[in-house]
Design a protein around this ligand. Structure first.
Ligand code: ZN
Length: 338
């Protein structure tokens, strides 16, 4: 793999730090070779200026060393998952809407600031590696990871290697056009999967029901006060109480997601698709609906039927530490190929 870098030159240091850079918080910790995390640090992301954000990342890294009582000399390398378009070879973030970054030389800056080797990747790519090495995709040479939250994106592991494509876009199915008459996506295009089935789309659909007077009292009761913004969690809570309007909203999103999943199945033909992200907890009614819709699609498809089962869809196993483990996995995956 061309993005492989040799971290073995950094003395006898063996410890790895994983940093999950989010739009609101930075989570970091030591990741061991069993994917276990220690020395956790969580600090707010300062997005007022790229230099401030980078400094906050450097602070999180030194925070981990303090928390775990280790010195820089013991650290082999640092892996970072970044929410945006990343050039892992040059170590730059080309664009991140969440961080307000454009062409930020993350790797150079951090290597100078910390004196340690760093590797960066897109956060979904890091998540895919994490689930592949330590989570629900363990032992599968062909797998796809789908992140379902405020946005939607997937990454494939092909023959055990992360596949980003020629422009880092392989798996960006959040912007797969699903309905040419659908709503406008935040990317500017019409009817993207994300605009139909991500968290804000579920909230928007519920908001619409309130506006046109068709929301049920159960759905309305989820809001503490009339000005509170509807969120996907409110829709889930109403559905769990048996609300039929919330249930319809979720089922509709799941139908679009099953379409996205069928696209991933036929594109990558994976052994499994691991679904993670904020909307994909095991108890989430959206996951239940996704399982139903996928099973229905498989039963209807003569191509898929008999070759794959509904168990091709699996919930992610790495939960609260997923971002940190994924970032650490960037280094650990390279170690395994050296
Ligand atoms: Zn879009």
């Amino acid at each position: 793999m061309e993005q492989n870098r040799d971290f073995s030159s950094h003395g006898n240091a063996s410890l790895i730090i994983g940093v999950d850079v989010g739009g609101t918080k930075i989570a970091a910790g030591l990741v061991d070779r069993d994917g276990q995390v220690s020395g956790r640090v969580k600090i707010p992301t300062d997005t007022s200026h790229p230099a401030k954000t980078l400094q906050a990342i450097a602070d999180a890294i030194s925070g981990v060393m303090q928390e775990a009582v280790v010195s820089a000399a013991q650290i082999k390398a640092i892996g970072l998952g970044i929410p945006g378009i990343v050039d892992p070879v040059r170590g730059t973030c080309l664009f991140s809407a969440n961080l307000g970054w454009e062409n930020v030389a993350v790797q150079d800056w951090l290597e100078q600031a910390t004196g340690l080797p760093c590797a960066i990747e897109n956060d979904v790519s890091a998540g895919a590696l994490g689930e592949s090495l330590y989570g629900a995709g363990q032992g599968q040479r062909q797998m796809v990871y789908l992140s379902l939250g405020t946005g939607i994106a997937a990454r494939a592991i092909i023959n055990g290697q992360l596949y980003n494509g020629a422009h880092g876009m392989a798996g960006e199915i959040g912007h797969l056009m699903c309905d040419p008459t659908g709503p406008r996506c935040r990317c500017g295009a019409i009817g993207c999967l994300e605009a139909l089935a991500a968290g804000p789309a579920l909230a928007e659909a519920a908001q619409q029901k309130i506006q046109d007077g068709s929301a049920s009292p159960l759905l309305l009761k989820q809001l503490q006060h009339p000005e509170e913004q509807m969120r996907a969690e409110h829709v889930f809570a109403a559905a769990a109480l048996g609300d039929s309007v919330a249930h319809q909203i979720i089922q509709r999103a799941a139908r679009y997601l099953a379409y996205g999943l069928s696209f991933l199945v036929f594109t990558y033909d994976p052994q499994c698709i691991v679904i993670g992200g904020g909307l994909a907890t095991e108890q989430s009614p959206l996951m239940t609906a996704i399982h139903q819709e996928t099973a229905r699609w498989i039963a209807q498809s003569p191509v898929a039927r008999g070759r794959i089962g509904a168990d091709i869809i699996r919930p992610a196993r790495l939960q609260q530490d997923a971002g940190i483990v994924g970032a650490g996995a960037l280094i650990l995956a390279q170690e395994r190929t050296q």
